[in-house]
Design a protein around this ligand. Structure first.
Ligand code: KG4
Ligand code: ZN
Length: 337
């Protein structure tokens, strides 16, 4: 089954062609990062306007690179939640029009379910059930994936998402937007023990995250050092911060392994591109976990191939949408209809 998939939930416009949820035939992405970088974050209206300008071109290009004819597309999958509402509406309306014009089914896909499915594209043998970690700019979640379309959230963040925290810390360190990658690179030359930073826990909710105290602690260190006129060791602060985020994430994953007994872990989302988090997860899982799946770097960030992959399984479960499908800025990953 060939699916054309569309992703416009944030600042990446993406259209892909995938086969049977497992094979990428084309994966076109237009990143708007440069247009938002000067503002230090995503400007929703600019994102929507750019999506509308480039989406048709990306779809044409995806179809041509996949080497298929439009008539060979069996269904159209689209991210309808969660995300920036104006941005989602552009992709949703495009996907609806395509499904209407092709007279093919429309498949609604939850963005976070798509992130998890990125791993189905990379690892042919991977099948649920498993425990999933998704860390992105908007979400930090530990999820019990019972089967392809049934999942239960076991832990989530009480305040900032991990990626949001990377972006905000990068901004005070003057590293630009998005901040995850520059912090990752700078951390390698720093001393992660130089600045002691908190690893917050949420009382009675061992799998929940809280990153706002960590972010504030970094801000306070920067302010204090700047006010004293001292030199800030940015690399060591970046390394100390990265270590704190990594510890928080890895300890929750290992706790979830203890609680659920899952022996298979699947990790995805933009923050999983982080080299320290990948290395520490790999080390921590070496003993107790049979299989650790880390989304390949090329599929960690937002893309449409992951939406096509998950869309295939929603299709198989009979979860289709009508022409009245709306977009939603927020939606729980385990309660989608
Ligand atoms: O999944 P994603 O591309 O978009 C959302 O759905 O949010 O995630 C984007 C987030 C940004 O906050 C970005 O700073 C972060 O992923 N990120 C990283 C790295 N690369 C991207 N965070 C830490 N280390 C990285 N290497
Ligand atoms: Zn995402």
């Amino acid at each position: 089954m060939i699916i054309m998939s569309v992703e416009t939930s944030c600042d990446e416009t993406a259209v892909a062609i995938t086969r049977d949820g497992r094979e990428i035939l084309a994966d076109e992405i237009f990143s708007q990062v440069d247009m938002h970088a000067i503002y230090g974050g995503v400007v929703p209206e600019i994102a929507s306007r750019n999506h509308i300008e480039v989406i048709s071109r990306l779809a044409d290009s995806a179809i041509s690179k996949a080497g298929i004819k439009k008539a060979e597309i069996d269904a159209v999958a689209v991210t309808y939640a969660p995300g920036l509402i104006g941005a989602l509406l552009v992709g949703l309306n495009f996907a609806k029009s395509a499904a209407f014009a092709l007279n093919k089914p429309l498949i609604p896909v939850h963005h976070i379910r798509g992130h998890i499915a990125a791993n189905y594209l990379a690892y042919p043998e991977l099948e649920p059930p498993f425990l999933a970690l998704v860390a992105s700019g908007g979400h930090t979640l530990i999820i019990d994936v019972e089967d392809y379309t049934h999942m239960k959230v076991l832990g989530s963040t009480r305040d900032d998402a991990a990626g949001e925290c990377f972006d905000k810390v990068a901004r005070v360190l003057g590293l630009g937007y998005p901040g995850g990658k520059p912090i990752d690179i700078l951390s390698k030359s720093g001393d992660s023990t130089k600045y002691p930073l908190p690893r917050a826990k949420v009382d009675d909710h061992p799998l929940d995250f809280s990153f706002s105290g960590l972010k504030t602690a970094v801000f306070n260190i920067v302010n204090t050092i700047t006010q004293k006129g001292e030199e800030l060791d940015k690399a060591s602060l970046a390394a100390s911060f990265s270590a704190a985020v990594s510890d928080s994430i890895v300890s929750r994953v290992m706790e979830a392994v203890q609680i659920t007994g899952h022996k298979k872990i699947v990790c995805a989302g933009g923050v999983l591109a982080n080299s320290l988090i990948r290395a520490e997860l790999t080390a921590a899982c070496a003993k107790e976990v049979k299989a650790l799946y880390l989304a390949p770097l090329s599929l960690c960030g937002d893309n449409a191939a992951m939406i096509g992959s998950h869309g295939y399984y929603e299709f198989k479960a009979g979860n289709l949408a009508g022409a009245d499908l709306n977009a939603f800025a927020t939606m729980e990953v385990d309660n989608i209809f």
